[in-house]
Design a protein around this ligand. Structure first.
Ligand code: NOJ
Length: 735
């Protein structure tokens, strides 16, 4: 009997090459026992800490592979480790079904790119796609098939540490970035050996955590859910994403890892998604503390029936699914569907044809930290920086300066620029700001470095030496911000100020009267009112990855003119959050002359820096906003044009932004919504005409009946350099 099966298997996996993938999936499925089917839905970690060390599954895991009781591992990488486990799977398990290996490659495997929030500030989806492509090439060369990225959660609350992992607060920009990353990771074909499967996460609404506290309750209306939070997921699905990860949070009482409405009705029935859903780490098990399952068995049933195909680390499926099916409590058809979805991705990856295709040790050696990839990290890094302030044009600095004091706990940190979720990124690969300046200036300039204080803590002991250094210098560069461990998962903050005594440090140095440039490194918008009021130049650099120092030096000395724009609103104080540009009017919009309107007694409503904000060393003037017509039928379009002139001294790039507002609808509409943008480059004195096309598609929303339609009436059009500084016009939609 055994022989017959093996022969049969041989037939289905080799001769069957000519069959369609669906036929091949079916030919495997018929061979599988119930336990083997469940095995495909089980994922274990080769270790707890994602990407911090080379980890191997314990012997127990290897036995599971032989028994066909595990379909996937996370946190196992490196051609040697993946080859060893894959060999066990395809040589020692009965059905020889290959494993799929996944890792959180969030902004690089070893060659670390800027954190995703920083990359989004480029407003260049093509560049972000290229970054993801490089990340995939490097990750795939180490035996990985799958990344748990892109994280496409919309985040409106900077207290939430995971804001750093996504693209910011806007659903339109977020959708473009989601698409770019999916295409970048997955490449032309999944079967290419440098493509990895992407995973859009965390599905869904995770970014809406109450109080910005990670894993916390979420309660959003279906309209906002669909129009804001789900948009980037839909874009990822339309771009062909292979997998999604179900999130930890509940919405309106329903934990999302047990939400059939989301995981089946919307994802599969409405959007036609054909890949598979993996749970987040133990999120199926967490249906118990959430209070919708009384034990792990119930959790397994709810998870599978909702549409979670693969159980990451909860052991719920491992322990209970076979029994649930045997007792007739869970339908075999549902289980089969999940198995097929996982096999489908394994077939698409080409793992059945060559399970070792990602295990080429020579290629791995050649690819890791390959020069081209490292150069790309610098290119993306410099384009991710946002210039927040540049009074009196202190920047760019002259390369002729003779003495520079480089101060602050982040000035020479080898670790922090890697940012959170840095996989195999190593401090030894990082170029710090001090090193970057030395690389740029050589011996011409004396660079005096003083740490001054730690990122956190109360000690001011280092202040005096730093003050001395500042006094002796022509210009001071102060690198302050957060440590890499202060943002990402489980890293929520209740305060958004610079941690520790860093602000006091900046104040102390300010007293020297020397010109100061503040270089911020951080994973979320911070409240920096004092710095904004008192320091002439401020650069937001986030965490830029391994080439951080070189990229920052490029900017400081004008070898690159900053062109990034914020994709998250910067509040003045934490009491303003959640704060985002595309908010509603309310029935009592703020009116200075009316006490009973929407405002704070002790603070203005406006942010410190609005969405879309970012300066350049040059200046841009907007003029002649024109609409091709002021009335539009639903099947027509309007061309919006505007002239943008470089009115300054340097060549520079500008992100020209188009926003629209629907004035009266069957439901209320945001005060502004980003609908399009162009990044253009202009020489000094040059003017370019920028055009946008408005079609009905840009005007649709979920109406009072939850139908996705446009409604006739008046619209405002805004074009400008950020969400607040805009030119305005209007048109009417006729039906
Ligand atoms: C938990 C995180 O929420 C998720 O983003 C990540 O992909 C998994 N752990 C795996 O590391």
């Amino acid at each position: 009997m055994k022989k017959i099966i093996i022969l049969f298997l041989f037939y289905s996996l080799t001769i069957a090459q000519n069959k369609s993938v669906e036929e091949r999936i079916d030919s495997v499925l018929v061979l599988m026992t119930l336990d083997e089917k469940v095995g495909q839905l089980v994922q274990y970690s080769g270790g707890w800490d994602t990407g911090t060390q080379t980890v191997r599954p314990s012997e127990a895991h290897e036995k599971l592979i032989i028994m066909g009781k595990v379909g996937s591992f996370l946190n196992v990488f490196g051609t040697e480790s993946t080859h060893r486990l894959q060999k066990i799977a395809v040589e020692q398990s009965r059905l020889k079904i290959p494993l799929i290996f996944g890792l959180d490659v969030i902004h690089g495997f070893r060659s670390i790119f800027p954190v995703p929030l920083a990359e989004a500030c480029t407003w260049e989806p093509e560049l972000v796609e290229q970054s993801a492509r490089w990340q995939a090439i490097e990750a795939a060369s180490t035996g990985l098939h799958w990344t748990f990225n892109p994280m496409v959660d919309i985040a409106r609350d900077p207290r939430w540490g995971r804001i750093v992992e996504g693209s910011g607060e806007d659903p339109y920009l977020g959708s473009l970035m989601a698409r770019a990353r999916v295409i970048g990771y997955q490449g032309k074909k999944l079967s290419d050996n440098n493509s990895i499967v992407a995973c859009a996460k965390h599905f869904a609404g995770y970014g809406g955590a109450e109080g910005g506290r990670d894993y916390n309750t979420v309660d959003i209306s279906e309209r906002t859910f669909r129009e804001v939070f789900l948009k980037p997921f839909h874009a990822a699905v339309e771009a062909g994403v292979g997998t999604l990860m179900s999130s930890f949070n509940e919405i309106g009482g329903v934990p999302q890892s047990g939400c059939r409405f989301l995981l089946t009705d919307i994802l599969r029935n409405e959007w036609g998604f054909k890949g598979f859903v993996v749970s987040d780490w133990n999120s199926v098990g967490e249906l118990i503390p959430h209070g919708v399952a009384k034990n792990l068995e119930e959790a397994a049933q709810i998870g599978l029936e909702a549409g979670v195909d693969m159980d990451m680390e909860a052991s719920a499926y491992y322990n209970h699914l076979a029994d649930l099916v045997n007792r007739g409590k869970v339908s075999l058809d549902i289980l089969n569907e999940s198995v097929k979805r996982i096999l489908r991705i394994k077939f698409y990856l080409g793992l059945f044809d060559d399970p070792f295709k990602y295990c080429d040790t020579d290629l791995e050696k050649k690819t890791i930290l390959n020069k081209e990839i490292v150069n790309a990290t610098r290119e993306v890094a410099k384009r991710s920086v946002v210039l927040l302030k540049n009074e009196n044009y202190l920047l760019p600095l002259s390369k002729e300066i003779s003495k520079i004091a480089v101060l602050g706990p982040l000035a020479n940190s080898k670790d922090d620029p890697l940012g959170p979720w840095a996989a195999q990124g190593k401090p030894e690969d990082v170029v710090t700001v001090v090193e970057g300046l030395k690389n740029k200036l050589g011996n011409r300039t004396e660079i005096i470095y003083e740490e001054g204080c730690k990122i956190d803590g109360n000690s001011k002991e280092g202040f005096s030496k730093a003050v001395e250094a500042a006094k002796n210098a022509d210009v001071v560069i102060m690198c302050v911000g957060e440590s890499r461990g202060m943002s990402a998962e489980a890293r929520s903050r209740a305060y958004l100020d610079l941690p520790g005594v860093q602000e006091d440090f900046v104040k102390e140095i300010h007293k020297t009267g020397k010109p100061i440039v503040v270089v911020l490194m951080n994973g979320r918008p911070l409240t920096i009112n004092w710095i904004n009021e008192n320091i002439s130049s401020i650069l937001e650099t986030w965490f830029l990855g391994i080439q951080s120092g070189n990229a920052i030096a490029d900017i400081l000395f004008g070898d690159y003119n900053p062109s990034g724009k914020l994709t998250t609103t910067f509040p003045r104080y934490v009491g303003q959050v959640p704060i985002y540009y595309n908010h509603k009017m309310t029935g009592r919009p703020y009116d200075k002359s009316n006490f009973y309107t929407s405002y704070y007694l002790d603070l203005e409503n406006s942010p410190l820096y609005p969405f879309g904000y970012g300066l350049s060393y040059t200046t841009f003037k907007y003029s002649d906003l024109t609409l091709s017509q002021n009335k539009m039928n639903i099947n027509e379009s309007i061309t919006v044009s505007v002239n943008v002139t470089n009115s300054g001294k340097y060549e520079g790039e500008e992100v020209v932004q188009l926003y629209i507002r629907d004035l009266v609808g069957s439901v209320t509409r945001p005060v502004k919504e980003l609908k399009d943008f162009r990044k253009i480059i202009l020489k000094p004195g040059e003017t370019k005409k920028v055009e946008f096309i408005i079609t009905e598609d840009k005007l649709k929303f979920y109406d009072i009946n939850m139908d996705y339609v446009s409604e006739p009436g008046d619209f405002k059009v805004f074009v400008g350099t950020n969400s607040e500084e805009v030119l305005e016009s209007s048109f009417m939609l006729i039906k």
